[in-house]
Design a protein around this ligand. Structure first.
Ligand code: FAD
Length: 278
């Protein structure tokens, strides 16, 4: 379908109510006022929104739309766990090998165990459980609250590991380094001047990154480098040798090292060879 966005939004509104007259009636406006409000919102880069409440529908506008949701255990199709002495309607408790306590032959992977309600966590758990079934002493360590997570909004939000609050609560000597996500030459090609902050959380006792959060355009693809740094606990003097190519957005890592050095008034650069232990 072609047409200017304002026209399309108006058509969507009319589609929702059946006709412009019905939309105007529900909104207690004249058809001309509905058209004018949608056009005005479009001019101001606002999104026309219909808000429904106990007192009826209202046409309003917003600069951003944030959708939030929660999830609950689906109790509509009971699993019949009663025969095992377990209860339906809740998460199945598992140990780090994904086995249900007291039933060493029963593995529960994915959302059902409530550890991390994400597809990639379920896939990771499947590998751990399969390895364990095959006799390896595999343990799941990356599917807790610090699992990689992406909110696919615009801008995207991508995070891994501990937030600053979580790190401090866990007793980590944590410090946050905040940087503008678009503060690199590479961002000129992708997301020039776009708002968004990147936060690295560093354990200053051990000089390792324990968490990272990226906010900005298409930052989901940034996440895996941070995940590797967090999971492998790469010491910053080693990380400083991981040179980011110019001009790419990966130079955010260079900006991070520079900012950390400024903050700590100490260099982490090249203080040891890569073959030396951390
Ligand atoms: C709106 C939404 C968006 C999401 N977006 C993302 C995302 O972007 N990235 C991400 O990583 N994750 C996302 N998730 C989470 C992701 O979908 C889940 O973590 C993932 O699907 C879990 O996989 P699973 O196999 O454990 O469970 P499911 O995918 O829920 O599979 C369980 C299956 O078991 C079936 N079942 C249930 N009870 C019975 C029964 N009694 N008998 C037989 N079959 C039964 C169900 O019908 C279902 O097919 C999203 C979830 C939602 C709801």
């Amino acid at each position: 379908m072609r047409g200017d966005p304002g026209q399309l939004r108006l058509l969507a509104l009319i589609g929702e109510f059946g006709s412009l007259t019905a939309a105007a009636e529900a909104l207690r406006l004249t058809p001309a006022a509905v058209t004018q409000q949608v056009a005005r919102a479009e001019r101001q880069w606002q999104v026309p929104l219909v808000v429904r409440g106990p007192r009826g529908a209202r046409l309003t506008e917003a600069g951003a739309l944030l959708a939030t949701h929660g999830r609950v255990v689906d109790e509509t199709v009971p699993l019949g766990l009663g025969v095992l002495g377990l209860h339906d309607g809740g998460y199945l408790e598992v140990d780090d090998r994904l086995r249900v306590p007291g039933l060493p032959w029963l593995y529960a992977i994915g959302d059902v165990n409530g550890r991390s309600l994400l597809t990639h966590s379920g896939k990771y758990q499947a590998r751990i459980a399969a390895d364990h079934v095959l006799g390896e002493d595999a343990i799941a360590i990356s599917d807790g609250p610090g699992a990689p997570r992406v909110v696919f909004t615009d801008p995207q939000i991508a995070a891994v590991g501990l937030t600053l609050d979580a790190a401090l609560q866990a007793g980590v000597a944590a410090e946050a380094i905040d940087l503008p996500t678009s503060g690199t030459a590479g961002a000129s090609f992708h997301g020039r001047g776009e708002p968004g902050t990147t936060r690295f959380v560093v354990d200053t006792d051990r000089d390792v990154i324990v968490g990272a959060t990226f906010v900005g355009p298409e930052v989901a693809e940034f996440l895996h480098a941070a995940t590797i740094a967090v999971v492998a606990e790469i010491a910053l003097p080693t990380l400083a040798h991981a040179v980011a190519p110019f001009p790419t957005r990966s130079e955010l890592w260079l900006k991070f090292i520079e900012a950390y050095e400024r903050e700590r008034e100490a260099t982490v650069h090249a203080s040891r060879r890569l073959s030396e232990p951390a």
